[in-house]
Design a protein around this ligand. Structure first.
Ligand code: CA
Length: 389
């Protein structure tokens, strides 16, 4: 009897211990969705503050870095850890190096958020450590309720953006087709993608800023060596929103093809200065003298709606809005580039994709942009391990 009682006591103690262990082990696995949207302890810092970092072998294929965002459009990693994220309504958010999304925006821009327009791209100056300059691309309202886009730069003091200086202004705008990706290239010049602002003929006008890839100096003037002596780098684009350079310094781009009834014909292009990418004269694989045919295009029956483009480990990744997938392209210089569709329908609409300093891909959902079905926690920043794709 005594032995039986002792056995039961031991069993009870073991049970209580097991509950404690289970409870406390579970703590760091439960997403802590609180007022500050602190989701998981995913540090966004690099040990040395440089772009090289050891990838943790156990990094899962997908983890949630932040949630509770509203239509995040673009991200930029801070050299000393953490990242800035634009939200289309005009706010700039900060994820700290410790992985915490701060509740209060570090910047509030007055934008015109109608249709697809609003606050779009973000880029840090190549010498950000010295000058703290952050560049933004956004849509604003001209008198008479016309839309225009501009690129402006700000000083980031670690807490907020200030000292706005407009560097490229009066880029034609519209509720849709506003382009908006900005990135500094390996040449330390700023590249800007602009849409046709729903006036297709502007894309063929070398003197219009619409429907182009632009290249400017850090202060917004035409870059030396530009093909037409102005800000235009390439023309004939409909609504380009993804640009990235590969290891050889070659520029690649994605753009939205004709939508609506004429769905599809989204493009993946290799961009060279002065070249004409055909919109609106040709679409898909159509040809015309002096115009470039895309490396890949979606065809008429499929829609990717590619919103951003990243490059890592020799492969390209672009995020699809209507396509609701992450697309992988490799062996781009071969006759038949490889193409894969990943996470189709799993996270809804995807917008930004960018390579992080830790060798991971960072992808944002866009289910609160008015065209999606928000899931719990949307919109999110996802961290994707390319080694496990
Ligand atoms: Ca084209």
């Amino acid at each position: 009897m005594r032995i039986k009682f002792a056995f039961l006591v031991v069993l009870g103690v073991l049970f209580i211990l097991a509950v404690f262990v289970f409870y406390f082990r579970g703590q760091d696995k439960i997403p802590q969705v609180g007022s500050n949207n602190f989701v998981t302890q995913v540090p966004l810092s690099t040990p040395t503050g440089t772009a090289s970092v050891t990838i943790l072998p156990d990094t899962p294929v997908v983890s949630v870095v932040a949630e509770g965002l509203d239509t995040p459009w673009a991200m930029a990693f801070l050299p000393r850890g953490g990242a800035l994220i634009t939200e289309r309504k005009g706010t700039v958010r900060l994820i700290t190096a410790a992985g915490e999304l701060l509740t209060s925006p570090i910047g509030q821009i007055i934008v015109r958020e109608v249709g697809e327009s609003g606050l779009h791209g973000i880029a840090l100056h190549p010498d950000f450590n010295e000058n703290s300059l952050v560049y933004l691309y956004y849509t604003y309202e001209e008198s008479g309720s016309n839309s225009l886009n501009r690129v402006a730069r700000f000083t980031f003091d670690g807490a907020r953006l200030s000292n706005e200086e407009i560097i490229v202004d009066k880029i034609p705008g519209a509720p849709n087709h506003d382009g908006g990706r900005i990135k500094f290239g390996p040449d330390k010049l700023l590249y800007i993608t602009t849409g046709d602002a729903q006036e297709p003929s502007l894309a063929q006008d070398k003197n219009s800023l619409a429907g182009k890839v632009l290249r400017v100096t850090e202060g917004g003037t035409p870059a030396p060596g530009n093909p037409f002596g102005n800000r235009v780098y390439s023309l004939g684009h409909r609504n380009p929103q993804g640009i990235v350079w590969d290891n050889n310094g070659t520029l690649w781009e994605t753009e939205h093809g004709p939508s609506g009834a004429e769905s599809g014909n989204d493009e993946f292009n290799k961009i060279e200065p002065g070249k004409n990418y055909g919109w609106p004269d040709i679409r898909g694989r159509e040809t015309k003298a002096g115009m470039v045919v895309p490396i890949l295009e979606s065809g008429r029956s499929d829609t990717w709606a590619p919103a951003a483009l990243a490059y890592i480990n020799g492969k390209f990744y672009f995020a699809g809005l209507r396509g609701s997938a992450l697309y992988e392209v490799s062996e781009v210089t071969s006759a038949n580039p490889k193409f894969r569709v990943l996470f189709k329908g799993e996270y809804g609409r995807l917008r930004e994709v960018i390579a992080g300093p830790d060798g991971m891909l960072y992808v944002t959902t866009s289910n609160r942009d008015g065209r999606g079905i928000p899931k719990v926690g949307d919109d999110k920043v996802l961290r994707i391990n390319p080694a496990k794709l």
